[in-house]
Design a protein around this ligand. Structure first.
Ligand code: GDP
Length: 428
């Protein structure tokens, strides 16, 4: 049985917490896309961790953590992450890295920085982890798969070919130092030694696991609105954030993904540039940012303050639809307990007409939010374990949103901890 945990919005919905929780009953947890550009924050018995590359299941000794072929693999970041969790007392995790995963090269990170610099005011707000240059090279067929590290002669030849091209750009477009082929080769030899203990045939491993009836969890990064095809292009990420891509980025048949748990946050936040219809500003935003998540809404990778907004039912309905949601996990609801009233964006007004269907980017830039205001519940809901015990206005908020988005909210998260969850019909 394969489940996916994915985000409906701009990322940071709390997927890490939900994966960590569902990891308890899983055998294998797979990252299938993205790289070290986003991060999950996880709080468990070992402490508080920000993971960028490792799947959130690394804290369980019974699970295998898999880095699928769809991931942008930053080898030093992965190895540092393994070292850092082990040094904090977590048992050494079982890790399998796909021999077909591609490697984030040192120059990808530089190109990301140089391009953002070149764009200046028009930059994408990239985390500068090399993700866009990485995926560009992957599809331009000049990326390096992990298995290529182990073929010395072809590796040298390829380094030469790629450097020829990259160095023209470095010299003439960016006016920066060129890549030294030998230095790059030596770095890749180091990468080879670092990654060797973990490399394997992931799709074969997962094929066998599915046959044996193992429980597999696919862990998405970011959310639907950052998908390069269906998101707010071009202010998107460079690999698909949709559950459907889980089949490709892990190497399993699409029909095996039976449950798609879409994580939805009780209010909105976003990082980077791009239209954000229900965005709020000033003191109102500062207060929500300060109270939000666990210890404030600041990026797990960059520490940047997140942009804040009210819940957006238009974007979320669309986000859930694109994921193929079977279950919604509604998170960070406890944070809203301070508000007298809670606006919810229920429509977009575009050129004088109101729609509830998420538009293409040009129209989205013009959209103005249409709000309905719900009464707050003015209390702390942490510690509540049964749905009926939630304050009436809190249940009304959940049910209102469930009706607007059209997908069942079967999990309600009312705190950052692993067990701070209310089951409203979720079947594991
Ligand atoms: P992810 O990238 O989707 O995993 O999300 P992040 O980890 O960036 O952001 C979610 C933040 O919210 C983290 O700091 C979590 O610890 C925290 N969090 C998750 N669920 C809840 C919740 O129900 N209540 C509160 N207060 N915090 C939560």
């Amino acid at each position: 049985m394969v489940k996916a945990v994915v985000g409906a919005n701009w990322g940071d919905e709390g997927k890490g917490k939900i994966t960590d929780m569902l990891g308890e009953t899983s055998d294998i947890i797979v990252r299938f896309q993205g790289g070290a550009n986003a991060g999950h924050t996880i709080i468990n018995d070992y402490g508080k961790f920000a993971l960028h590359t490792l799947p959130s299941g690394v804290f369980y000794s019974h699970t295998t953590s898999v880095i699928g072929n769809g991931v942008a693999l930053n080898i030093p970041v992965l190895c540092k992450e393994i070292e850092s969790i082990v040094s904090q007392g977590v048992p050494k995790p079982k890790i399998l890295v796909s021999d077909r995963a591609q490697i984030v090269m040192p120059y990808h990170i530089l190109f990301d920085q140089y391009e953002e610099e070149r764009l200046g005011k028009e930059s994408f707000g990239s985390t500068k982890s090399g993700i866009a240059p990485f995926y560009s090279d992957k599809y331009a067929k000049i990326g390096f798969q992990v298995n290529e590290l182990f073929e010395d002669e072809t590796l040298k030849h390829k380094i030469h070919k790629v450097c020829e091209k990259k160095n023209v750009l470095l010299e003439h477009l960016y006016h920066k130092p060129v890549i030294d082929e030998e230095e790059l080769y030596n770095t890749l030899v180091e990468y080879r030694e670092m990654i060797a203990p973990y490399v394997g045939d992931v799709s074969l491993f997962l094929h066998e696991a599915i046959k044996e009836g193992k429980k597999i969890l696919l862990e998405g990064q970011l959310g639907s609105l950052k998908d390069p095809d269906h998101g707010i292009y071009p202010m998107v990420t460079s690999s698909s954030t949709l559950a459907g891509y889980g089949a490709i980025g892990a190497g399993i048949p699409p029909y095996e993904i039976q449950k798609i748990v879409t994580v939805v946050k009780a209010y909105s936040s976003a990082v980077g540039a791009g239209a954000f219809v229900s965005e709020i500003f000033g003191d109102e935003a500062d207060e929500l940012r300060r109270r939000g998540g666990d210890g404030g809404e600041f990026g797990a990778t960059t520490g940047r303050p997140r942009r804040m907004g009210w819940f957006d039912a238009v974007a979320t309905k669309y986000g859930c639809r694109m994921q193929g949601t079977t279950d919604v996990a509604f998170t960070v609801l406890d944070v809203l307990g301070y508000l007298d009233e809670i606006p919810v964006c229920v429509g977009y007004e575009i050129d004088g007409e109101v729609t509830t269907d998420f538009p293409t980017t040009g129209k989205l830039e013009k959209a103005k939010p249409v709000y309905e205001v719900l009464p707050g519940w003015k209390s702390d809901i942490r510690g509540i374990t049964k749905y009926e015990d939630l304050p009436e206005n809190c249940r009304k908020y959940i049910e209102f949103i469930e009706e607007k988005i059209g997908y069942p909210i079967t999990l309600v998260s009312n705190g950052p901890g692993r067990h701070e969850i209310i089951n409203r019909g979720f079947e594991d």
